[in-house]
Write a protein that binds this ligand. Structure first.
Ligand SMILES: *Cc1c(COP(=O)(O)O)cnc(C)c1O
Length: 392
């Protein structure tokens, strides 16, 4: 086989559920020289990153750090460190990533209870209260931004509720961090994990996690070893803490990346960041509605950073997505699980949440829809979005 040519990937606009496009400043720090993982200069970067992360999570939790792997690793890390065989655990299931939690939790030997809700819906606090009251689980686990359905689960009151029953609350914030309000301390969340490739505009590769003092206490009370060697926080924290004991070689370049992604977040300000996502979502939503598309999540629970809409009847999902990719270089997501072939998922995350992107996807999608026979007034989507921007 001849040696393949130098890598030259095509230009894309990544508007799926992640990865989303990397901010140019992040790409730039990623081409700076490597440091050793115990170099004092790198240790300084680690400290800075942890503080930037605490500020992003709005927490004072000392145990806050990026796990060296993707969002799923954060899920596994949080669950395996808090659950021991025989522990009562409740997993809330209302989409694909809730299913993943069930799978991970069921491997820990937990006594698992699954609560389910139709895809696209969210859980009502009263129902959760009833469950907590009857089961009194050690852990309740829930997805904040369910990327597979586009629904935002309200969790502001859930931590307090869990603590009434001595339950620890684990939250999947993989698609939330850097896009929508997430207040770890104020909302009393006990273990939260996220990722780098969605709201933080970095490549995939790290999973920021944070554990409350309550969660730390539960970890110290463990009678059994954590089932995973790599994700055992008792060892990971020795590298991220003052011991600086070698555990694994930190992915240096990815740590540069998240530091820059977090600097961008704080330069803009959390409130301004959330507002920007909301604003661009409103414009996109007006445009998509004008194109005749309907959201899969209910009004009031729609994620601004992940717009999930039903594929119109009579339209082939793949034909449209292929044309978007081939003719316009735009990637959007298809459906997962119950929603396979039924929805499109359009992400406006981090750096990609901006008016130019809103207009681009609306114009391109209109072309593709018309190409498969959908009747749309020329420019309807773009005009509707423009109106929202003009009014703001
Ligand atoms: C993307 C995503 C994950 C998985 O993250 P990976 O980085 O793909 O491992 C988990 N939960 C939710 C809600 C997600 O959107």
């Amino acid at each position: 086989m001849p040696i393949p040519g130098q890598l030259n990937p095509p230009q894309r606009l990544l508007l799926g559920p992640g990865p989303s496009d990397v901010h140019p400043r992040v790409l730039s720090v990623m081409s700076t020289p490597l440091l050793g993982h115990l170099d004092p200069a790198f240790l300084e970067i680690m400290l800075e990153t942890q503080q930037l992360l605490r500020d992003a999570f709005l927490t004072k939790n000392s145990l806050t750090l990026p796990i060296s792997a993707t969002g799923m690793a954060g899920m596994e890390c949080c669950l395996v460190n808090l659950i021991e065989p025989g522990d009562k655990v409740v997993v809330c299931f209302k989409g694909f990533f809730g299913q993943r939690m069930i799978d991970v939790a069921s491997r820990t030997g937990a006594q698992l209870t699954v609560l389910d809700q139709p895809w696209g819906e969210v859980f009502d606090l009263n129902r959760l209260r009833e469950t907590l009251k009857t089961i009194r689980p050690k852990v309740l686990s829930i997805v904040h931004a369910e990327t597979s359905t586009g629904a935002l689960q309200p969790i502001a009151e859930l931590g307090k509720l869990c603590h009434e029953f001595d339950t620890l609350l684990v939250v999947d914030a993989v698609t939330s961090l850097g896009c929508v309000p997430l207040k770890v301390d104020e909302w009393e969340l006990d273990a939260v994990y996220s990722c780098t490739q969605k709201g933080l505009s970095c490549p995939p590769g790290l999973s920021p996690v944070t554990f409350s003092p309550r969660a730390e206490e539960a970890m110290t009370r463990r009678k059994t070893k954590v089932q995973s060697w790599y994700f055992d926080m008792t060892m990971i924290r020795q590298y991220w803490g003052s011991d600086r004991a070698y555990h694994h070689t930190a992915p240096i370049t990815m740590n540069y990346a998240i530091r820059e992604g977090l600097r961008l977040l704080h330069e803009e300000g959390l409130e301004a960041r959330w507002k920007r996502h909301e604003q661009n979502h409103k414009a996109l939503k007006a445009g998509l509605t004008a194109l005749g598309l309907k959201y899969s999540a209910k009004e009031g629970n729609q994620l601004p950073q992940l717009n999930a809409v039903f594929v119109p009847s009579g339209v082939d999902d793949l034909t449209v997505r292929k044309r978007l990719l081939n003719d316009f270089g735009i990637e959007i997501g298809g459906g997962l699980g119950d929603f396979k072939g039924k929805i499109w998922r359009i992400g406006l995350m981090g750096h990609n949440s901006r008016p130019a992107v809103v207009f681009t996807i609306l114009a391109a999608l209109e072309q593709c829809l018309r190409g498969v026979g959908v009747k749309i007034n020329s420019g309807a989507g773009v005009a509707a979005a423009e109106e929202v921007f003009a009014g703001s």
